[in-house]
Design a protein around this ligand. Structure first.
Ligand SMILES: Nc1ncnc2c1ncn2[C@@H]1O[C@H](COP(=O)(O)OP(=O)(O)OP(=O)(O)O)[C@@H](O)[C@H]1O
Ligand SMILES: [Mg+2]
Length: 316
């Protein structure tokens, strides 16, 4: 059984103008225990909204999300509390996600208090979480402003780990950090994952960042998944023109790496004005007449590889 199972999830926002923003529009994905799934796509395609649905920070308009077999959006009482402990998040900006008025020990230990862990256990557990992210115990006594961006993200990771969750949703965990320390934080996340057998959902704009850490990749465009597959296959043989374009934008040191064919032009459409047919057709270099009127269905193109494109053949 998958640890996280998202079935036809939808999140629509009603605007005062009576228009509807279809931020997430029929997403089905599942993540197995111990796996890392990367969710990639341009700004505004719905990645954070999907993350917020998984974390139950936003109500579903339709569909269902199951964690360990339980329907997340119908949990109550103890079951909801257990879910809140089991599923944690690390967000992009370690400057705004840490309360500046609290010492690091209180920030990292806050989930323990919220879950009724006895006081006498707090300091040892805070200490262990700080050690795990490579910070000294003395860090507990200091305030967030006394740390660099990378160290602050370590603090946010310590807070996410302290209840020993099963799943961590990482929403652009390194995009706000200095380029020189991004690899350190990614390595740290990978080390922690293997040590604690964690499952990750990593959200990123930049495909290059997730290539080495993900087992499977889902590519999102205007509220929908357009391609999904085993990481190696997706990077070596991207099938959807949008994925090809995203990959073409990634600088490659290896000249033998298969280059993407098309370059897309223009910007992602507004989620308020969804194009007809395939949502990507106005920007697609290969679009044919069918693409303008009929939405393509997701189909298998190889084992562990799906795409939603009229121009991509099914696996025979
Ligand atoms: N609370 C809200 N009310 C109305 N529209 C919203 C709300 N939250 C998100 N949206 C809209 O939903 C769409 C998806 O936004 P979302 O933040 O999920 O995208 P994203 O892929 O995370 O983008 P980024 O890469 O910039 O973080 C956008 O058009 C956004 O403006
Ligand atoms: Mg986002």
């Amino acid at each position: 059984m998958a640890l996280l199972d998202i079935e036809d999830a939808t999140c629509h926002f009603d605007m005062p103008s009576r228009q509807v923003v279809k931020a997430v529009d029929g997403v089905s994905l599942s993540i197995d225990r111990g796996q890392t799934m990367a969710l990639v796509g341009e700004s505004g395609c719905g990645k954070s909204t999907l993350a917020r649905l998984i974390l139950r920070l936003e109500p579903l308009t339709g569909g269902a999300i199951r964690f360990d077999g339980e329907d997340v959006h119908h949990l109550q009482g103890h079951a909801l509390k257990r879910f809140r402990a089991q599923v944690q998040a690390v967000f992009q900006d370690p400057y705004s996600s840490l309360n500046p008025r609290l010492r690091v020990g209180a920030i990292v230990g806050e989930p323990l208090k919220a879950h009724g862990v006895p006081r006498r256990e707090l300091s040892a557990r805070i200490d262990a979480a700080l050690t795990m992210v490579g910070l000294p115990s003395q860090a507990a006594k200091l305030y967030p402003h006394e740390f660099s961006g990378g160290q602050r993200q370590r603090i946010a990771i310590a807070r996410a780990l302290i209840l020993r969750p099963a799943l961590i949703v990482l929403d652009e965990p390194i995009s706000a950090l200095d380029v020189s320390i991004r690899a350190q934080i990614l390595n740290l996340l990978q080390d922690i994952q293997s040590e604690l057998h964690l499952t990750y959902l990593v959200i990123a704009h930049d495909l290059a960042l997730v290539e080495h850490m993900s087992d499977v990749v889902a590519v999102m465009y205007l509220g929908q998944i357009v391609e999904w597959g085993n990481s190696e296959t997706l990077f070596s043989d991207p099938r959807h023109p949008y994925t090809q374009a995203l990959l073409a934008a990634v600088p490659r040191p290896d000249p033998t790496f298969p280059r993407a064919r098309g370059h897309v032009t223009g910007e992602i459409a507004s989620a308020l004005e969804m194009p007809s047919g395939c949502r990507f057709h106005p920007r697609c270099p290969d679009a044919i007449e069918t693409c303008r009127s009929i939405a393509p269905l997701e189909h298998m193109v190889a084992p562990i590889h799906k795409a939603a494109c009229h121009l991509v053949d099914s696996a025979s």
